[in-house]
Design a protein around this ligand. Structure first.
Ligand code: PRP
Ligand code: URA
Length: 209
């Protein structure tokens, strides 16, 4: 079973509260998503292996640790996942970025695929899927299945806010995926929205609707 990591550092909790607030306008919302993504990337890279290298300080030789050649790919689920990309790239600047376009049918709540574009060397990379919202889990599961179907190696899913229903759905469909969330909320309402949640992440990021 993939592990669930709730990244509840005080800085993350503080920023998530302002993200939820409906008075938070688009500009600040976008900045908060970016900042929380950076803080979560710090947690999500904690298991990266290190190797020892020798460097010469102005004083003497010293052994230090560096990340051991990890090749990472970031896969935002469009649209809202795009808001997390730059924040993660601040810590993983060499990562390549692929895009999966999915929207959730408002009636059925089923994900509809409309775009897939992946880096040429994507199968050689460890992939982190990005989406601020994990509601029913349909979109995340579809994105992970698309990647696996193309011979890729998704290992982590990073979301800002999750419902228990979404966590359960991903853990059942993809038990090999570690899930990182900034907040685990109460439940989904009758329209498939996370409660208390933050509303529609894409609309709040881009000022639509
Ligand atoms: C939102 C969100 C997730 C999905 C979550 O996207 O960004 O992708 O809903 O819901 P689920 O877990 O029930 O699938 P949306 O479909 O609103 O598209 P958008 O990002 O283009 O606004
Ligand atoms: N998508 C969102 O943007 N918000 C929700 O609460 C659920 C799905």
């Amino acid at each position: 079973m993939g592990r669930l990591h709730v990244c509840d550092h005080p800085l993350i909790q503080h920023k998530v509260t302002f993200l939820r607030d409906k008075k938070t306008e688009t500009k600040q919302f976008r900045e908060l998503v970016d900042e929380i993504a950076t803080l979560m990337a710090y947690e999500a890279t904690r298991d990266f292996p290190l190797e020892t290298v020798r460097v010469e300080t102005p004083v003497t030789l010293a052994d230090g640790k560096v990340i051991a050649g990890r090749m990472v790919g970031l896969i935002p689920i469009l649209r809202a996942g795009l808001g997390m990309v730059d924040g993660v790239l601040k810590l993983l600047p060499s990562a390549r970025v692929g895009h999966i376009g999915l929207y959730r049918d408002e009636e059925t709540l089923q994900p509809v695929e409309y775009y897939v574009s992946l880096p040429t060397d994507v199968t050689e990379r460890e992939l982190i899927v990005l989406d601020p919202m994990l509601a029913t889990g349909g979109s995340a599961n579809a994105a992970i299945s698309i990647l696996k179907g193309r011979g890729c190696r998704p290992t982590k899913l990073m979301c800002l806010i999750a419902a228990p229903e979404g966590i359960k759905a991903v853990q059942e469909a993809h038990p090999d995926i570690d899930i990182f969330v900034a907040a685990l909320d109460s439940h989904l309402n009758d329209h498939g929205y996370i409660v208390p949640g933050l509303g529609d992440a894409g609309d709040r990021l881009y000022g639509t609707k």
